[in-house]
Design a protein around this ligand. Structure first.
Ligand code: HEM
Length: 88
């Protein structure tokens, strides 16, 4: 996916709860590399992020129908790439 577009989508739809790759509702479930490996259903991959964003999980809302499949793919690429580079 398009990481630059993914960053814009993240800032508009995800940063309310995940600013700086953190998690204001469940503080241990961050978007950092180690947390994604430990907690993300399916492990740390773009496909796993796509699934969680599409369907939601617990207190995280579903974005399927609100974001297109292409937008979800782009935001997943941004999350995985930034987890590798480190959230600033
Ligand atoms: C968990 C991504 C929007 C609340 C996660 C995780 C990812 C993620 C990858 C797994 C983190 C982990 O298990 O360590 C995103 C993306 C979003 C988004 C890309 C935008 C498209 C939001 C919003 C909220 C939210 C807006 C709050 C209203 C949560 C919560 C969890 C979570 C509570 C933990 C779920 C659980 O396992 O109980 N998010 N998120 N997320 N997110 Fe989001």
């Amino acid at each position: 996916g398009d990481v630059a577009r993914g960053q814009q989508i993240f800032n508009m739809n995800c940063a309310a709860c995940h600013a700086g790759g953190q998690n204001v509702i469940m503080p241990e479930k961050t978007l950092e590399k180690d947390a994604l490996e430990k907690y993300l259903s399916g492990g740390r991959s773009e496909a796993s992020v796509v699934t969680q964003v599409t369907y939601g999980k617990a207190a995280m809302p579903a974005f399927g129908g609100r974001l297109t499949d292409s937008e979800i793919s782009d935001v997943a690429s941004y999350v995985i790439q930034t987890s590798e580079n480190g959230w600033k």
